[in-house]
Design a protein around this ligand. Structure first.
Ligand SMILES: [Zn+2]
Ligand SMILES: [Zn+2]
Length: 351
C-alpha cells in the first residue's frame, strides 16, 4: 500500500512508496483505514532529522524507514484481541502526535500523560498517519465525533487541541483579554477557541494583513500589524489594559519579549511555538508584576475529545484544503516557503 516515508538520509522530503505494509497487530491494537492526513511543520522537522534520524529511533527492523504524519483521521477496519473494549469496527478515530504513553507513571495517572517519559509520537518514534493503513493503540486513539467534518478534524488533532490546551494552561476566563502573537495555523485556531469557546476578548499580532483579516473574521477585536507599529506591547497595553494571558505561536524570539510586555500584572505567558534559542525575561517586570511563564505541549486524550466536540458544535472551523497524496513534496516546498494558509490535507480516500 501507499505510504510517505522519511528518506534514508533525512533531507526534509519524503519518499512516496507503493509497497509498504503495516506491522501485524499486537494485543490491544487496531488497524485504521486512513481517510485524511494533514501536513504539519513538525513533520518537516522529523523528515529533516532535526529531532534525530527517525529511521533509527523507536521500534524498527532491518532496512527500516519511518512513516511520517500525525494529523490523521480514518476508520477502524480490524481489531486485535484486547482492542474491542475501546473501539469497534467502523469507528472514526484520530492519529495524533501523542500516540501513547506508559499509563502508570506520575504524569500518566495525574492527567498529564503527554509529559510521560515513555511517550511515543506518531510519525516520529512510531509509524505515523501518512499510509493507507495505520496501527493504533486502541486505548489511545481518540474518536472523532459525528457531525465533525473529517477533513477539518485533522487540524483539530494537532493545531486545534494544542491551542485549546494552551488556553487552559493560561487559565483563560470569560471576559478576559488574550493576546495571540502570531496568526498562522496555530494562531488562527487560538483566536477561535479563545473567542468562541472560552468567551474571551482577543488581540492578535502578526506581520501579515491577510492573516489579521482572517483573525478579525473569527472574532478578534484588536488587530496589530507588528511591522506597522513602533512598539507592539504598548499598542496591546493601550487597547486592552494589558492582556491576562499571552499565547505565543510565532516562531521568533522577539514575539516572546513582546508578549511578556503585553501582559497586565499577574498575567500569564504561555509558550507554544518552538523557536531556537532562549527567551529574555525582564526580571523586574516578572517579580514586580507577578508574571507567570508556562510551556504547553499538545494535549491529552481528554483535551482532544473536548477540542473535537467544539469543532462538531461548529464553534471552531479550521481552514483546510484537500490535496493529492502524490504532490506531497511540492506541498512541503510550499510549507517551507510559508505560502500555505491553514492546512493542506492529503486525501487517502481516492487512492
Ligand atoms: Zn502537527
Ligand atoms: Zn507514563
Amino acid at each position: 500500500m501507499k505510504a510517505a516515508i522519511v528518506r534514508e538520509t533525512p533531507d526534509g522530503y519524503v519518499d512516496l512508496v507503493d509497497n509498504w505494509e503495516p506491522k501485524p497487530l499486537a494485543f490491544g491494537e487496531a488497524l485504521v483505514d486512513m481517510e485524511y492526513v494533514g501536513l504539519c511543520h513538525t513533520d518537516l522537522h522529523v523528515a529533516s532529522g532535526d529531532f534525530g534520524n527517525p529511521n533509527e529511533i523507536g521500534q524498527r527492523n532491518g532496512n527500516f524507514r519511518r512513516v511520517v504524519g500525525h494529523e490523521g483521521v480514518g476508520r477502524v477496519s480490524k481489531l486485535a484481541e484486547g482492542a474491542s473494549d475501546y473501539l469497534k469496527i467502523g469507528d472514526r478515530v484520530s492519529v495524533a502526535w501523542f500516540y501513547d504513553a506508559c499509563g502508570v507513571c506520575d504524569f500518566c495517572v495525574s492527567g498529564n500523560e503527554t509529559f510521560c517519559r515513555k511517550v511515543r509520537n506518531s510519525g516520529y518514534t512510531v509509524d505515523g498517519a501518512m499510509s493507507q493503513q495505520v496501527v493504533v493503540n486502541a486505548q489511545y486513539a481518540v474518536k472523532v465525533p459525528d457531525g465533525l467534518d473529517p477533513v477539518e478534524a485533522t487540524s483539530i488533532t494537532c493545531a486545534g487541541v494544542t491551542m485549546y490546551k494552551s488556553l487552559k494552561v493560561g487559565e483563560t476566563k470569560p471576559g478576559q483579554w488574550v493576546s495571540v502573537h502570531g496568526a498562522g495555523g496555530l494562531g488562527n485556531l487560538a483566536v477561535q477557541y479563545a473567542h468562541n469557546v472560552f468567551g474571551a476578548h482577543v488581540a492578535v499580532i502578526d506581520g501579515n494583513d491577510d492573516k489579521l483579516a482572517a483573525a478579525k473574521a473569527n472574532g478578534a477585536e484588536v488587530l496589530i500589524n507588528r511591522k506597522k507599529v513602533a512598539d507592539v506591547a504598548e499598542e496591546v497595553q493601550k487597547a486592552t489594559g494589558g492582556a491576562h494571558t499571552a499565547q505565543v505561536t510565532a516562531v521568533n524570539a522577539a514575539a516572546f519579549n513582546q508578549a511578556v510586555n503585553s501582559l497586565r500584572p499577574m498575567g500569564k505567558l504561555v509558550a507554544v511555538a518552538l523557536p531556537q534559542g532562549d527567551m529574555a525575561l525582564n526580571i523586574a517586570k516578572t517579580v514586580l508584576d507577578g508574571i507567570e511563564v508556562r510551556g504547553s505541549l499538545v494535549g491529552t486524550r481528554a483535551d482532544l475529545k473536548e477540542a473535537f466536540q467544539f469543532g462538531a458544535e461548529g464553534k471552531v472551523k479550521p481552514i483546510v484544503e484537500k490535496v493529492n497524496f502524490n504532490d506531497m513534496n511540492e506541498v512541503i516546498d510550499e510549507m517551507k516557503a510559508g505560502s500555505i494558509t491553514g492546512r493542506k490535507v492529503f486525501d487517502f480516500t481516492t487512492l
